[in-house]
Every structure is written in C-alpha cells, then in structure tokens.
Write a protein that binds this ligand. Structure first.
Ligand SMILES: *Cc1c(COP(=O)(O)O)cnc(C)c1O
Length: 400
C-alpha cells in the first residue's frame, strides 16, 4: 500500500486538485498527458472483442472514454466527493443530459424560476415537447415547492446563488421536500463553485457544472460535468451521453484539468475581492443597492453563511436611473470588461435585462427582481485596488 492509499491519509482538496486522477503513461510525464485521439488500437482481435464486451478494462472510443477526459472526471469526483463524474461538451450539455436521463414522458419536473436562461428554456419549453410536465416556482418559497410536488414528480432542479439576483435557495430543505415526494434533486452549482458549496452534503442527488466558468477560469473553452452516485451515473446518464455524444474534447478536458490545479487559489482570491468590491460599492453615488450573499444586508445572508463557505465571486448592483445609468456605468469601466461570462480571470460586467435575460417578458423580469438598472459583476484576478478604483470612477460617471 502506498502512503497516499493509507486509510488515515485523507488528502485535502487543494492537494487533490493538483494530483487527483493523474494516470501516467509509460513515459512518466510530470504534467498530465493530452491524449488527442478518437480511438484506440488493440493487440489482437480477441482483445478488441473483450474490450467491447466490457470484459477487459480500457478505452474504446473517445465519444465516451478517453484517458485525458477520464483524468478530469476523476479529479472532479474527488473535489466534489462524488462516487462518479462524466464530463460534457458544455454546461448546457450537462444540464440537458442530466435532466433527460432522469425523466420520461408522463413525468413531472419542479424547478425554481430563477434559472440560467438556457436552463429555463430546457425546463419550460424543451421537456414539455417530450411529454414531461414542468412547474416553475419561486425557489425561495418552500411552500411553493411543497405545493408543486405531484405523484409523478421525478426531479426538482435549482441553482443557488441564482443568476443574476444572487438569491439563496435552501438546498437542504428542498432536498427533503424532493425526497419525501420520491424525486431526485439536481443542483446547478456553477455560481457557488465546488469549493464554496457542497450540494451532496446538503442532500442533492446530482450536481451539474458549466466548467466553462471557474474551472477553466481563464475564458478559453466550454465544458461541463455531471456528478452523482455511481448507480445514477453508470445507469441512465452514461448511456445517454454514450449514445447521444455531447462529449468533451480531450483538448478541452486537458485545459480544465490544469484549471483545477489553481482553482482554490483563484476562487479564494476572486471571492475575497468580490466581497471588498461589494463593500466599496455601497454608498457610492447612484448605487441604490448591492447584492452579495455574505453581506449582512443580503436578505438571506444567514442561510448563505449556513450553506456556503464564502460569498462567491459574483455580485450584483442596482443603480438609480435605470438602463441609462447602468449603461453609463458599464461604458465608463476600463479594467472591467463588458461580457457575459463569469468566473473568468478578467472581471466582467453584464446588463442582464438587455443580454442574458432579454428574452424574458418585462413583467417576468420584474417579478424575478431583475430591474433595468441592475448589473452583474463577476470579479477576476486583477489587483483589488484597480478594481475598486474602476467601479468608483464608473459610479461617479454614471451618476453625473
Ligand atoms: C454558464 C451556465 C450554464 C451553461 O453553461 P455553458 O457552459 O455555457 O453551456 C448553466 N448554468 C449556469 C448557472 C451557468 O452560469
């Protein structure tokens, strides 16, 4: 037994993010190898037969098995404390495959209305086309979750903190409601990152990520990941992914794998900076409201502190003066860029009402608390003093 296999030797997350899942080739490379290959060759026809029948371990075809992708999946599973993980080509491929694999025609899904735009589309428009009924609720109201449950409810789906209002949903309470009704809880954990919130400890059955965000963390490629108990992954989820093919490219998997090595450093600094920028924004001219989960004036800060280890890398602000003021603020920024990604090394600002959430009816947006003066700010790795200076000057320009 090697030292790291000793039962008393439980490596801590930062160490696992550097070493976890590594499979070295015969060359003994230090850095994880990039296996840019579609398929694999076999010594003999008998070996190919055994590999295909699953009687011999090994890789078959990169649509569903590749060594670089497998290293990434194993490192993700170690980080999340999940039995198994499957990588996908994007976050939306992960969400779609996870939901589609858990339901069939005649089933019912309950989801919080405050979802990432494309997730809302899948729940509201795509699933019903295949005979899956869906009910959308205000995710912060537990009575609405209870009332929405039906005998055929198979899945409850949520994200927390939500985008862009940064509402906090009580994952443990919603897991209990789901399980009591015989449903599984799927949590989209992108905003919290695997470091700041562990949905499995709160009762979730499936956790999904867009690894496009913090896990790449440098704005290079798209990716996704589904994590769950082995029976859930090996059953429907593996089959759906294997047969339909939303596979993560080995090249992108390699970038994500290397991204995990620095994830704790990046998320730690980005979270600390986000908290400081949130504090700096309060009281600036024209800033009506700042939303950050770990600020005491956040309506659910107590719940946030209970289920998260940090407030996250994203904050939202509401400016007096609506869209015009929000646009003046965004246009006045020099360090922070206008974009719709988040979790990036570069700080990015988004005006949800005219971009990510423009498809929604104005009344739906208003009901969700997404005003015309709202901006979402994803904090990157720049010097904190440059960031504070940038938002301070922008607030002054917007208030003019
Ligand atoms: C970005 C995002 C997604 C979709 O991920 P892609 O990688 O862009 O497909 C899903 N959910 C949340 C919360 C996101 O932020």
């Amino acid at each position: 037994m090697s030292a790291s296999e000793h039962p008393a030797r439980k490596l801590r997350p930062a160490t696992r993010m550097v070493h976890g899942g590594t499979m070295r080739s015969q060359f003994g490379e230090t850095s994880e190898a990039l296996f840019l290959t579609q398929g694999f060759v076999y010594e003999t026809a008998e070996a190919a037969e055994a590999r295909f029948k699953g009687e011999q371990p090994g890789f078959v075809y990169s649509r569903f098995s590749n060594p670089t992708v497998a290293m990434f999946e194993e490192r993700m599973a170690l980080l999340e404390g999940a039995e198994a993980a499957r990588a996908t080509a994007s976050g939306m491929a992960a969400v779609t495959a996870a939901l589609m694999s858990l339901v069939r025609a005649g089933d019912h899904v309950v989801a919080a209305r405050a979802l990432f735009g494309s997730c809302l589309y899948i729940v509201e428009e795509w699933l019903p086309r295949f005979g899956v009924a869906t009910t959308l609720v205000d995710g912060t109201d537990l009575d609405q979750w209870r009332a929405a449950m039906q005998s055929n409810t198979k899945v409850c789906f949520l994200e927390s903190p939500t985008n862009p209002q940064l509402e906090i949903l009580d994952i443990a309470a919603i897991a209990e409601i789901a399980h009591k009704g015989g449903a599984k809880l799927v949590v989209d954990n992108v905003f919290a990152t695997p470091l700041l919130q562990q949905p499995f400890d709160l009762g979730a059955d499936v956790v999904v990520y867009s690894t496009t965000k913090h896990i790449d963390g440098q704005g290079r490629c798209l990716g996704g990941c589904i994590l769950a108990a082995r029976d859930i992954i090996d059953g429907q989820i593996h089959n759906i992914l294997r047969q339909t093919g939303p596979s993560l490219s080995p090249f992108n998997a390699w970038i994500m794998l290397k991204g995990l090595e620095t994830l704790p450093l990046r998320v730690g600094q980005q979270t600390a900076s986000a908290a400081r920028v949130a504090d700096a924004l309060v009281g600036l001219p024209g800033v009506a409201r700042v939303l950050y989960p770990f600020r005491d004036d956040h309506p659910q800060s107590a719940l946030a502190r209970r289920q998260m280890k940090g407030g996250g890398t994203v904050l939202a602000l509401e400016l007096d003066g609506g869209k015009a003021a929000a646009f003046r603020f965004a246009n006045a920024l020099e360090v922070v860029k206008i974009s719709n990604n988040l979790g990036d090394a570069k700080s990015l600002i988004t005006h949800p009402a005219t971009t990510t959430h423009q498809r929604l009816k104005p009344e739906t947006r208003a009901a969700m608390g997404i005003g015309e003066g709202m901006l979402r700010l994803s904090i990157g790795l720049e010097d904190i003093d440059d960031l504070i200076e940038d938002v301070t000057l922008a607030a002054m320009a917007a208030a003019r």
